[in-house]
Design a protein around this ligand. Structure first.
Ligand SMILES: C[S@@+](CC[C@H](N)C(=O)[O-])C[C@H]1O[C@@H](n2cnc3c(N)ncnc32)[C@H](O)[C@@H]1O
Length: 237
């Protein structure tokens, strides 16, 4: 989420205090927060996939998937665990999860063309037992329930950039997450728009922080930081 990341980090870095960074800060809205943007993106990616078999953008790179998969292995997440990929995009993470032995996989996205692309990508890999469906996570009511694991890579970031109502969208996201995860279920989020502290603040109600996954760091002007945060939470009722 390059252009979004730059603006967002800009705004985060100009904040004065820890309190400011944890407050109800809004990111500047962006086209990345609209469904039209994602529909257009996946329409192009679907054409490219049909033409040359390229699945398209892997958000935050391959290592962002490896990091989560390694954690799942270490945490001994069962291969039968029900896993939900929130905002699955091209479904590349579902392919990785299936290739690592996970058998109960669901991917959702509010973009119909994303789901078409993910379906084509999964089919090309011979993965016919992965569920993918067009669902708006902010409006999923009883459609999604009882997951052991929820994964988000870049989706909460995109939702936070909604030009219409980012504040409400973020609250709805937390509510949906609370309702789709089982008690003690885990949530693994990778974000480039929010810092660890901001994510801890956002997911403090109904969730317990488990750990931060190591991400590459950079040093600038004597300060060390990360451009991506990857955190694990546990649902607590
Ligand atoms: C930055 S992309 C990340 C895609 C994928 N997770 C990945 O890592 O490649 C954000 C994704 O979130 C999806 N998305 C945004 N808002 C959504 C919503 N309310 N419900 C479901 N999906 C949403 C977009 O369609 C897009 O596929």
């Amino acid at each position: 989420m390059e252009d979004a990341a730059e603006t967002a980090h800009g705004s985060v870095n100009t904040s004065d205090s820890e309190d400011d960074r944890c407050s109800e800060e809004e990111l500047p809205s962006s086209k990345l927060g609209t469904k039209e943007y994602w529909d257009d993106t996946y329409e192009r990616e679907l054409e490219t996939f049909k033409d040359i078999g390229d699945v398209g953008e892997i958000w935050f790179g391959e290592e962002s998937m490896t990091r989560v998969l390694k954690w799942m292995e270490k945490a001994k997440i069962s291969e039968n665990a029900s896993v939900l990929d929130i905002g699955t995009g091209n479904g590349a993470f579902l392919v990785e999860l299936a290739n690592h032995g996970f058998t109960n996989l669901t991917g959702i996205d509010y973009s119909g063309t994303s789901i078409e692309l993910a379906r084509s990508v999964l089919l090309a890999e011979g993965l016919t037992n992965v569920t993918v469906k067009e669902v708006d996570f902010l409006n999923c009511h009883d459609e999604l329930k009882g997951f052991d694991v929820c994964i988000d890579k870049g989706t909460f970031d995109a939702i936070s950039l909604n030009p219409d109502n980012a504040k409400e969208s973020k609250s709805l996201y937390v509510k949906s997450l609370q309702s789709v995860l089982k008690d003690q279920g885990v949530f693994v989020i990778t974000s480039c728009n929010w810092t660890k502290e901001q994510l801890l603040e956002r997911f403090k109600e109904g969730f317990e922080f488990v750990q931060e996954l190591p991400t590459p760091t950079f040093t600038f002007g004597g300060q060390t930081g990360s451009s991506v945060a990857a955190l694990v939470f546990k649902r607590v009722l």
